[in-house]
Ligand binder design. Structure first.
Ligand code: FE2
Length: 234
């Protein structure tokens, strides 16, 4: 599904798959933000093909975190030549192919993948003609990151599972699953404080699940999510 002129949703709940996968074309191919569960690989490839791309055109997979419904197909894209980026704190999950030693969520498995690029701190990634800011936001997992892309008059914030929009009008924002071994309410609070202080003004909030929120009021979802955290996660 085309969301904006240069932003596509190529897997996720609207396709019967777990975890949103966003595709952004650039001058040398395309980037995926997250790559869904291992099961979603065929869905992603079918949608890439529909929009005129091959799976080998994926130059980079930027994972918001290491959970199997976001990084599960990373190995398959890496085999096709894509570079895999993830927060350093979550690399262990991808290297093991599960949620870590001691996790009771034994059904959360993915093919082992050795990431190419580990994010240790806030930075900027340049891919083709794209400039993507990476903001570290531990809490949902230790290695959670947000990606923020400004292009033409567009500003897109990819929030992974830090928070997602929901509700019939998309005006509710909720923090996501708390089942990770390293989930930390305290770190999540610090990350919300950091995000709030950045005063970002995205016109698209693209979460790891559910629908995106698009338009001038999309930026208000940062405050809505922060309030949700204050009321429910501390
Ligand atoms: Fe997650």
């Amino acid at each position: 599904m085309q969301i904006r002129k240069n932003l596509y949703l190529v897997s996720g709940g609207i396709y019967g798959q777990l975890g949103n996968v966003w595709m952004i074309p650039h001058e040398k191919g395309c980037v995926l933000i997250d790559c869904g569960s291992p099961d979603s690989y065929q869905t992603i490839c079918r949608n890439l093909e529909y929009w005129g791309y091959e799976s080998t055109d994926v130059t980079d997979v930027l994972c918001t975190h290491g959970h199997d419904d976001h990084a599960g197909s990373a190995y398959l894209f890496q085999k096709n030549g894509a570079k895999i980026t993830v927060g350093a704190g979550d690399a262990v999950m991808m290297r093991r192919g599960d949620l870590g030693e001691g996790s009771p969520f034994l059904n959360h498995k993915m093919p082992v993948c050795i990431p190419d690029n580990l994010i240790e701190k806030d930075c900027v990634i340049n891919i083709g003609d794209l400039t993507i800011k990476v903001i570290t936001v531990p809490g949902h997992t230790d290695g959670s990151v947000l990606y923020y892309l400004e292009k033409d008059d567009e500003k897109w914030l990819f929030t992974g599972d830090m928070f997602c929009c929901e509700g019939e009008k998309g005006d509710i924002a909720v923090t996501w699953w708390k089942g990770d071994l390293n989930y930390s309410s305290e770190k999540l609070g610090d990350s919300f404080r950091k995000l709030w202080a950045l005063n970002l003004e995205p016109n698209v909030i693209a979460g790891g699940h559910n629908n995106p929120r698009i338009g001038e009021e999309a930026k208000d979802m940062i405050m809505t999510a922060y309030k949700y955290y204050m009321l429910n996660n501390r």
